[in-house]
Design a binder for this molecule. Structure first.
Ligand SMILES: [Zn+2]
Length: 421
């Protein structure tokens, strides 16, 4: 009898202590985040705090059973709540995924799950290898802006933005055909009008893993530069890693990564970006944007950036046997697009190399013309490559690391005199 009452009072003390502890935790949470407190986040924290006391496994089960909407980790407030929880030492609880997965891969991921160890790792620190293992099909939605009655911007020579956007989107989709890991959904593949809300709906319903909207900018005649936009917090890393790919393809002024509330990037529940490669109101940029060659290079950059984001290997050489990729370095700057060695000759991407060198060049009859001289041009997936050695007469220093026979990189040094090329 005496022993039983002792156990009983011990239990009461324990429960009281737990309640007190919980109250302290919750008050501390409110106190710490008083300025920016969101009630949703507080609720999550309370669930978390209770869950912490009953063991993480039970907590996760509870979350899954009673808060199925928590499977959707894309709203800003939940990111914020996670961050708060993390700040308070709740780092063990992390969103299970960075972006949406297909049902099939989610099932598979659940099967191979190493739950707690995967969960305790920050998502961003996960290697691409691991990402590949758990996702057998990735979906990217490519959204060609405007269409139909909505022309988008009208360029300085009266060309329509909607046509530019569609042309690029179709080129992107074409390139993705050689990448079996990635499924592409186009919001439109013809000149039709689609409401903004339907665009995000298409992506959300497909549970896409990434959303990329293609546009071209227009403002003043003097406006210039390449910009990447995002809205939701979960898209920030995507935008930041993606922007350099686009910038290298356009070779325009860096208009940076910008946060802006845009319907398609706000309403989509996966990492979503909107690309504005250049200005149609700027005669110089417009002339470049409207060339087939630019659109090919831009499309290529979108594919490369997406593959890098997904951790999917993308190698032009797999579709073109006999090519060995080689890193192209100009001065100290490494280009994101590789060059290739074919039959002992190194080829470098014409657009990025010549633009960085500030060369006067054009593209005529599938040939690069440098200062009036046509150069041997190799077209790989519609991107033009020129021989590195053809740059030597223009005063460019060409070196190989370690040597041409087993070169890993081709190093280009601009001519010493200004304007030599
Ligand atoms: Zn637009």
């Amino acid at each position: 009898m005496g022993r039983k009452s002792a156990t009983c009072s011990f239990m009461v003390v324990k429960i009281l202590w737990n309640l007190l502890d919980l109250l302290y935790d919750v008050s501390y949470f409110i106190y710490k985040s008083a300025d920016t407190l969101k009630w949703d986040a507080l609720l999550i924290y309370i669930v978390y705090a209770v869950g912490k006391r009953s063991g993480m496994k039970m907590f996760r089960k509870f979350l899954a059973d009673h808060f199925p909407y928590l499977a959707d980790e894309n709203e800003d407030w939940r990111k914020w709540a996670t961050k708060q929880i993390e700040l308070l030492g709740g780092a063990k609880w992390q969103p299970t995924r960075l972006y949406g997965r297909t049902k099939r891969s989610r099932k598979r991921a659940a099967k191979n799950s190493t739950t707690s160890s995967t969960l305790s790792q920050p998502v961003t620190a996960r290697g691409s290898q691991q990402r590949r293992k758990t996702m057998d099909e990735l979906t990217v939605v490519i959204d060609a802006g405007h269409g139909g009655k909505d022309t988008g911007a009208i360029s300085c020579t009266k060309k329509l933005e909607k046509d530019f956007n569609l042309s690029v989107a179709l080129k992107v989709a074409e390139r993705f055909k050689s990448i079996p890991e990635v499924k592409v959904i186009l919001t439109r593949s013809t000149d039709v009008f689609i409401k903004l809300t339907d665009r995000s709906k298409i992506a959300n319903e497909a549970k896409a893993d990434a959303f990329i909207s293609i546009h071209a900018n227009s403002f003043f005649k003097s406006s210039q530069g390449t910009q990447t936009y995002y809205t939701n917090v979960i898209s920030k890393d995507f935008a930041t890693m993606f922007h350099p790919y686009v910038l290298k393809a356009t070779c325009f002024k860096d208009g940076k990564v910008n946060k802006k509330s845009l319907s398609v990037t706000r309403k989509t529940k996966m990492p979503a970006i909107l690309l504005e490669p250049g200005f149609l109101s700027n005669p110089k940029e417009e002339a470049v944007l409207m060339t087939e060659e630019f659109q090919d290079t831009f499309a290529e950059a979108i594919v490369q950036g997406s593959c890098a984001f997904f951790g999917v290997t993308y190698n032009v050489s797999t579709a073109n046997p006999g090519l060995t990729p080689i890193t192209t370095v100009i001065g100290t700057e490494k280009l994101p697009d590789p060059g290739y060695i074919k039959e002992g000759i190194s080829w470098v991407p014409a657009r990025s190399v010549l633009t960085i060198l500030g060369a006067l060049w054009t593209f005529q009859d599938k040939q690069v013309v440098l200062s009036g001289t046509p150069l041997d041009t190799l077209l790989i997936d519609n991107t033009a490559y020129i021989k590195a050695r053809d740059l030597v007469p223009a005063g460019v220093g060409v070196f190989y690391e370690p040597s041409l026979e087993n070169a890993k990189a081709v190093l280009l040094y601009p001519p010493k005199q200004e304007g030599a090329i």
